[in-house]
Design a protein. Structure first.
Length: 659
């Protein structure tokens, strides 16, 4: 073996040996040169996650160059010094770890968690210079509750190859998966079913076995008892008749080969069993065992009947208004183009992905890709002709030319607003040692305008029943892009609190007193990072970041954002005439229903009424049908509000009218 190894060693005199050694030397030199070009960067990621079971969420890791914080708040939010950072996140929230950049970076996410981890980005991305940033995302859906570890694998690669320049760096993330009410009910039902089946089987086996055994013993005992009584003699040595036999009563003649018995066999045996001293006790025990056995049979039958099978439930209050959308299936006419593209705001990403998955399941071979852009740029992509349908949180602005631009994009035909789903705009905050917070529209307006500067302000105290909060400065966080979320908030404050909100409306936050971030998740990270912060976020984003959420008191008591309070708010909202279904939210903002949450965001699909080619029109109609008829329980489980029945029917009519 040693000889063979020696023979296989480097031999420059062997054919090609000198070239091989030279090539290896050049490779090593090039690798060392590339390695020398690496510079220090850092990875940004959350280190502690708490999520419910069976809920899909996105997890993102960013690798930043040392100057990347000057260009994007994704890197600044990690605690790197930057002009937009109101505070650094705690170690339990986010982490910043040194990594090498100046090369192509490969990122992977692994875990032993029972569930699905699906990459949502390219595995290898270039992070070459000091201002570069690479972001990796995964969709994660845990199946079982428990404490798990996610592992982030980062490695720098050489040139266009998979050859590593550095050793792999592994960072761990703690993931706590919590049981939800719906899954608890499922587990309880399944456990109860299995328990009853097991108990029933045991009772059946034991009860019927004991009953049969005691019945056999009783019969044997009575036969022997009867035989002994039949052979008893009186003082004169004559046989004594058995009880129930009349003296001198005739008996049957004995059969050949059989001993003579005192009278007929059957009648005396039954009489003796009923009058034996042990028979009543034995009979009672036998009957009891039989009852136990048949009870076991009943339990087994009950467990198989489906009574304890899991039922779909919402993780919301059990009350459900009659206007909530029922789940209608199999309405989509699948066909047409296999690939569709939608463009919309980042806040719609999660629900659009859910709709896209449902569309692919309902129409195999068909797919929709959603391109998310904040600040109104998503719908602008549609207006520029880059997508088949657009998405927006508010209606197109005629004064800004958006309606005319949509008509041009549709070949001179009108574009329609079709409501697909509703979101709740939450007032999210972080105020340590505070459990519940109630704010009125006037107080919200004064906080965001800068008129209220501390948490112990008398107006906040009055809104919370006289309970004073801590004397801590308020830091306001807002979306710095021209966001339609900002537009709806300012529109709401201008209607619900006109005396307190004096700033102009529109998609740009005009107060000038807050920290600005270009994306909703960046704003959420900023709120999560520092005690005393407050901002406005779509509810799915606020829930994802586990932020505190304030209740809104419009005069009838505080109401918190839930699927139920959202349904109450929108059930009477009126839509426009025809198939362009722009909703009138002004009346809702001015005077919301009792127990209704007033801050509503409408997710519109912007579509061409005409102008599609036949294949595109058919595919667009199929996708919209799947989206509008999506399971309302699944929507509520992801913190969205489904369409009321009447509005849904109008949307379906409009979808069918697209040509």
């Amino acid at each position: 073996m040693l000889y063979i190894v020696g023979a296989c060693g480097s031999d420059n005199n062997a054919p090609g040996g000198e070239d091989t050694a030279k090539g290896q030397e050049e490779f090593n030199s090039a690798t060392m040169a590339d390695r020398a070009e690496l510079i220090g960067g850092y990875a940004v990621f959350r280190t502690d996650l708490r999520v419910p079971t069976e809920r899909t969420f996105d997890y993102t890791v960013a690798v930043c160059g040392p100057d990347a914080h000057q260009k994007t708040s994704v890197c600044a939010a990690a605690g790197t010094p930057g002009p937009s950072t109101p505070g650094s996140p705690s170690a339990s929230s986010s982490s910043q770890q040194p990594v090498s950049i100046g090369a192509r970076i490969k990122a992977q996410l692994t875990s032993t968690m029972p569930g699905d981890i699906t990459p949502a980005s390219t595995e290898i991305q270039p992070v070459l210079v000091r201002g570069d940033v690479g972001t990796w995302s995964w969709s994660i859906k845990p199946h079982e509750p428990g404490d798990y570890i996610l592992r982030i694998h980062l490695i720098a690669l050489r040139a266009d190859s998979d050859n590593p320049l550095t050793t792999e760096q592994i960072f761990t993330v703690r993931l706590k998966v919590e049981q939800t009410a719906s899954n608890a009910v499922k587990d309880l039902g399944g456990g109860m079913r299995d328990f009853l089946a097991s108990v029933g089987a045991v009772l059946t086996a034991l009860g019927l076995s004991f009953a049969g055994g005691l019945l056999w013993i009783a019969r044997r005992f009575d036969r022997r008892s009867g035989s002994s009584r039949e052979t008893e003699n009186n003082e004169d040595g004559e046989p004594v008749p058995a009880a129930g036999d009349e003296a001198g009563a005739p008996h049957d003649e004995p059969r050949p080969g059989r001993a003579e018995t005192a009278g007929p066999v059957q009648a005396p045996s039954a009489s003796r069993f009923s009058k034996s001293r042990t028979s009543p006790l034995v009979k009672s025990i036998t009957i009891a065992c039989a009852v136990v056995g048949f009870s076991g049979v009943a339990l087994v039958a009950l467990s198989l009947s489906g009574v304890f099978d899991p039922k779909p439930v919402l993780d919301q209050p059990v009350e459900e208004p009659p206007s909530i959308t029922p789940w209608i299936r199999d309405l989509a006419d699948c066909g047409g183009r296999p690939e569709l593209e939608a463009a919309g705001p980042g806040g719609q990403t999660d629900v659009m992905r859910s709709f896209a998955r449902a569309y692919s399941n309902r129409c195999p071979g068909h797919r929709l890709t959603h391109t998310a852009s904040d600040g109104g740029r998503g719908v602008q992509r549609f207006l520029d002709g880059a997508g088949d349908l657009g998405g927006t949180d508010s209606a197109l602005d005629k004064e800004k030319g958006e309606v005319d631009a949509a008509s041009r994009r549709c070949g001179g035909n009108p574009a329609w607003h079709l409501p697909i789903v509703f979101d709740l705009l939450t007032i999210a905050y972080r105020l340590d040692a505070t459990h519940d917070l109630t704010l009125t529209p006037e107080v919200i307006a004064k906080i965001f305008s800068g008129a209220i500067k501390t948490w112990d302000d008398p107006a906040i105290t009055a809104a919370n029943g006289g309970e004073a909060l801590r004397a801590k400065p308020i830091t306001v966080v807002h979306n710095s892009d021209q966001s339609r979320t900002t537009e709806e908030l300012q529109r709401y404050l201008g209607i619900a609190a006109p005396s307190a909100w004096h700033a102009h409306g529109g998609p740009e936050f005009t107060s000038g007193t807050a920290w600005g971030f270009p994306h909703s998740r960046d704003a959420a990270a900023a709120i999560d990072a520092a005690d005393g912060t407050i901002g406005y976020l779509e509810q799915p984003v606020a829930v994802e970041w586990k932020l505190q959420i304030a209740g809104v008191d419009s005069g009838t008591g505080p109401v918190w954002p839930t699927a139920l309070s959202g349904v109450r708010a929108i059930k009477n909202v009126r839509a426009g005439e025809g198939n362009d279904l722009v909703l009138d939210l002004d009346a809702l903002y001015a005077s919301p229903e009792t127990d209704a949450y007033p801050l509503i965001l409408t997710t519109y699909g912007i579509v061409c009424s005409k102008g599609y080619d036949p294949d595109t029109a058919r595919a667009v109609k199929a996708f919209l049908t799947v989206a509008v008829t999506h399971d309302p329980a699944a929507l509520a489980d992801t913190d969205h509000v489904p369409l009321p029945t009447q509005l849904r029917n109008r949307v379906l009519d409009a979808v069918n009218a697209i040509t």
